[in-house]
Design a binder for this molecule. Sequence first.
Ligand code: ADP
Ligand code: FBP
Length: 331
Amino acid sequence: MSSIRRIGILTSGGDAPGMNACIRSIVLTAAAHQIDVIGFSHGYNGLIEGEYRTLLPYHVQHIIHLGGTILKSARCPAMHTEQGPKAAAQTLQQLQLDALLVIGGDGSFKGALAIAQHYSGQILGLPGTIDNDVDGTDATIGYATAIDTALDAIDKIRDTADAFERIFLVELMGRHSGFIALSAGIASGAEQIICPELGRLTPDDLERVTRPIQNAQLVKGKSSYIMVVAEHCYPGGSTALAEAITKAIGIECRACVLGHIQRGGSPIGADRILATKLGAYAVEQLLKGAHLMMAGEVNHTASLYPLQASGEGKKRIDPYLLRWQQQVASD
Ligand SMILES: Nc1ncnc2c1ncn2[C@@H]1O[C@H](COP(=O)(O)OP(=O)(O)O)[C@@H](O)[C@H]1O
Ligand SMILES: O=P(O)(O)OC[C@H]1O[C@](O)(COP(=O)(O)O)[C@@H](O)[C@@H]1O
């Protein structure tokens, strides 16, 4: 058993709906165990530059429903230098913090591992990213809300696409993986989904997407057609892809890039609950001595997963949904 009296927390990398719910849960659970909480601002930048404040339960009142993060988030290039993680560890030691909790994605966890080289306290990670590309948890905090946000937008695009019988390409986020694209694509009934797991496209294999469009037009006649495209799946993105398809088939295609809208908004219930559960669990596990682990949820059960492995392995997208999508989209 460790005796934890003071902990630091920060949010890092792309912000995700539910990060505030997680901060709240950590602060409330810590207070219940008489643990002081220091919140660092702007991700690792705040840790390196000593930008922090004490977080008391009243500071986290009425934030559970807010998107973004009250601590602010950032990417911190200094963490990629030799000095950055050392400076971060120094702040932790100077403030006599017994542990650090990092809410972020796999990049943030790599940063946490680098700090651990120079820090004698405990470190735990909590998976917060809309991308869901973190191994060791069924879902990351923010992923469910991002799907719903994308879905809401695609449903609206469907209305206008239907009215004009147009072809739309909707570009969704997911830096290295197609979790959001596959889920939102399937839930919106998109005619085609392009994501890394189904194979990125090049101008040379354009036929892979134009053939199903032409076949659909033969079968259904002129009708709305929606193709969900994960970012970075075509050189120049979905705008370039829409232009290429237009040129190839002679029918105008429109591109709509949803972008950062997917990161914002009030977290849906599932994210608030996941964030609350993982925040509480992480504090309790710190008290039990957990170190260099990530607090995740697998099969509805909170569990620990080695921090190192959470960023190393490539989390598998649902093979069942992938197979089904391939089956129904094939011509
Ligand atoms: N290999 C690494 N070593 C040290 N710090 C890292 C490393 N990778 C990422 N980080 C830190 O974590 C921050 C967030 O990582 P990033 O990959 O941008 O987002 P996420 O945590 O959401 O995956 C980076 O800006 C950097 O400060
Ligand atoms: O906000 P930025 O720096 O433009 O980054 C965009 C990227 O951040 C994300 O929204 C979230 O990614 P991370 O959580 O890994 O940071 C990606 O989907 C997207 O590719």
